[in-house]
Design a protein around this ligand. Structure first.
Ligand SMILES: *Cc1c(COP(=O)(O)O)cnc(C)c1O
Length: 235
């Protein structure tokens, strides 16, 4: 089934209004400024035309989790967006990612940080913003650094001249209460800020748990399904 562009625009405008209202309400409930959490629209599996529509509706930050797909979309979307890379990243993709990404949220190893730094030195004019992805439950097979490794990784990023440490990112583990997961992340973030005062970003919260994340200080929420619709469950 194809959706006519105008119909899709109406659909996305409606879901965007709902998501923005959810974020604002969560901020107010937490006693935070209604604009305290920035929406990052996760557009994976959806076409570049949807990114264009979201940009025309005022979305300024978009996220993708696969290099090939992200590179193709970034090449055709002309709106001035901030592109976040949020997926597991192989070191050999660093050279590609640094050419279109403004933020890599999924830095979880010294070697990946080094690869991004080297590629940024060669291929970017401006430093690359990076977040350390934290594995809340220590199962690093799905990406993320264990909590114990965060200080060392942050210190290493600090020595990378072409990287700027923005803060932390995490996905709540499936079998954890989101509130508990985001409490742990908030604690990791505050310890990181003690050594790296500029690392103020907490990227946390997705379609199903954005309220819990905003209540625990998320500065960025990454929303796919609630904005764009259900994806293939394998993605
Ligand atoms: C897909 C994805 C999201 C968005 O998830 P939804 O549940 O669709 O909102 C957020 N963060 C990451 C890292 C993702 O891969």
């Amino acid at each position: 089934m194809t959706t006519l562009p105008d119909a899709r625009r109406d659909e996305l405008a409606a879901s965007l209004a709902e998501v923005r209202e959810r974020i604002a309400r969560a901020c107010r409930t937490a006693g935070r400024d209604p604009g305290a959490a920035t929406l990052v629209a996760i557009t994976k599996t959806y076409p570049a035309s949807d990114v264009d529509i979201l940009a025309s509706l005022g979305v300024t930050e978009v996220g993708e989790n696969k290099d090939q797909e992200a590179a193709a979309k970034a090449a055709v979307v002309t709106a001035p967006l901030r592109w976040h890379f949020v997926g597991q990243l192989q070191r050999n993709k660093a050279k590609s990612v640094v050419t279109y990404a403004d933020v890599v949220e999924s830095v979880d190893s010294l070697r990946l940080a080094t690869a991004l730094d080297t590629a940024s030195e060669r291929l970017r004019e401006r430093p690359l913003d990076v977040l350390i992805q934290v594995s809340i439950d220590g199962d690093v097979s799905r990406g993320g650094a264990s909590i114990a490794d965060v200080p060392g990784l942050a210190a290493h990023v600090g020595t990378c001249g072409r990287l700027r440490l923005g803060g932390v990112m995490a996905v709540a583990p499936r079998d954890w209460e989101p509130a508990r997961a985001f409490d742990v992340l908030a604690d990791v973030a505050s310890r990181l800020r003690a050594d790296h005062p500029d690392a103020t970003v907490i990227s946390a919260g997705m379609s199903n748990d954005l309220e819990a994340a905003v209540a625990r200080g998320a500065t960025h929420v990454r929303i796919g399904t609630s904005l764009l619709g259900m994806r293939n469950p394998l993605r």
